[in-house]
Design a protein around this ligand. Sequence first.
Ligand SMILES: Nc1ncnc2c1ncn2[C@@H]1O[C@H](COP(=O)(O)OP(=O)(O)OP(=O)(O)O)[C@@H](O)[C@H]1O
Length: 224
Amino acid sequence: MHKLSVTELTKAFGTNPVLDYAAIECKTGEIVSIFGRNGTGKSTLLKILFGTLKADRIRLSINDKPFVVEEVIPQQKIAYLPQVSFLPKSIKVRDVVPLYYTSEIKQDNILYDPVIAKIANTKVGSLSMGQLRYFELLLIGNLSHPFLMLDEPFSMIEPLYRDKIREFLFDLKFTKGIILTDHYYDDVFSVADRNLLLKNGRLIAINNKEDLTDHGYLSGNTFL
Ligand SMILES: Nc1ncnc2c1ncn2[C@@H]1O[C@H](COP(=O)(O)OP(=O)(O)OP(=O)(O)O)[C@@H](O)[C@H]1O
C-alpha cells in the first residue's frame, strides 16, 4: 500500500496564477479524478507531479515521508500518460513494446491482450484513436510505478474502447493509486472513487453532477 500526498502546490505563469495552495492525496486502490474547465491547470498539475514542470511551491510526501519532486522520475514513483500521443508513428505495435519492457513476460502481457494481438503488425500511425489510446495506456499502466496519472484517457475515444479502458483501470487500481483528469464526466464518475474539481487554483471535493453544476463546470441543461 502506497500513499501520495501533495500540499501547498502553487504555480503561476507570469501574471497568470494557475495553482494556489492546491492539495491532493491518492492511495493504492484508489482512482481520484480531477475535473476542471479548460485552462484551469489540470495538465499543469499533472506535469508538476511527474516532474517535467517546476512548481513555484510544493510539498510532496510518499508514504508519509517528505519526497523531493525531482526524484519522482529517477525513482520511478509516478507513471504519466500525457494528453497528446507520444509514440513514433512509423513503428509497428509489436516493435514498440520491447522499447518499454525487456522482460518477455511483461511484453507478452501486452502483446497477448486480445485488442493488441489483433493490431500487433499495424504501424502506430495507422491505429484508430481508440486503439492508440488503449495501447498507450497498457504501455504506461503496466510499468511498476506505484502511482499512475492519466491526462484525458477517455477523450475523443469511441465507447467500445472507453469500456476497455475502464475495465483496465478497475484491474489496475488494486496495485496502484491512480489520478486522472477528463471532461467525459460519465466515464470518470463510473471509475473514480473520489472526485475533485480544480477551481480558482484549489481542488474542491465533488460528490455528483449536481456539485459540478453548482460550481459552474456543467450547465443545468446537462441533465435534460
Ligand atoms: N508553458 C506555459 N506557459 C505559459 N502558460 C501556460 C503554460 N502551460 C499552460 N499555461 C497556461 O496555464 C493555464 C492552465 O493550462 P493547463 O493546460 O494546465 O489547463 P487544463 O486545465 O489542462 O486545460 P484543458 O482542459 O484545456 O486541457 C492556461 O491558462 C494555459 O494557457
